[in-house]
Write a protein that binds this ligand. Sequence first.
Ligand code: 5GP
Ligand code: 5GP
Length: 230
Amino acid sequence: MKILLASLCVISLLVILPSVFAASSSSEDFDFFYFVQQWPGSYCDTQKKCCFPTSGKPAADFGIHGLWPNYKDGTYPSNCDDTKPFDKSTISDLITSMKRSWPTLACPSGSGDAFWEHEWEKHGTCSESVIDQHEYFQTALNLKQKTDLLGALTKAGINPDGNSYSLESIRDSIKESIGFTPWIECNRDESGNSQLYQVYLCVDRSGSGLIECPVFPHGKCGAEIEFPSF
Ligand code: 5GP
Ligand code: 5GP
């Protein structure tokens, strides 16, 4: 009997232990990405102001903010691997596109390196189970190409002209043209008006396609929001 019990114990340990380790090693895994784009006009017209990148004023278009691994419960991992610092040499073939599609607007003016480094270290390192550094930036650039937010809005008569538009019409026009429901984040201009700041779309774990968001971020815009020029 003792031998039987002892062997049962050993067997159950053999079964349980690997699953415990598997659980802990996947603790930095994630369920989906938010692909976040920012409207430069709304970054720049706040009290904080902005600075154009050293390469000059970006196009009047949405720019990439980041590709953020997230959990379905709304929480997210960050700064997952400090042994994999940002290494510009691994993405030298992407820099021209990054300057165009992922411009920095923070002050003081920079080339973009600091922004990209921050995004890689805070968010990118949490997607390493699926994509490496080059793939991380390439994936974001591909997504930007596939999601023409400004085109979706202007097709619906929603233009960056300083006028106000209903949040619903903004959401609907993006859903209509991109095929998935976006999350709209607002911020405030210098006079305190609520305005269209960032658009969130959800992307599957592999980074290959858009999905409906498993969970939306929090925050409120108001029913009518401004779309400032840039
Ligand atoms: P803020 O507090 O300005 O909205 O966000 C600050 C930063 O927190 C964002 O730029 C981003 O790095 C991170 N962040 C905010 N919300 C989320 C989220 O829902 N998911 C992830 N992955 N990061 C977030
Ligand atoms: P997150 O909000 O992703 O945590 O981090 C944003 C960080 O990147 C902030 O520290 C911010 O100062 C810096 N940053 C540099 N350029 C930009 C930009 O164009 N837009 C935003 N939102 N943050 C930028």
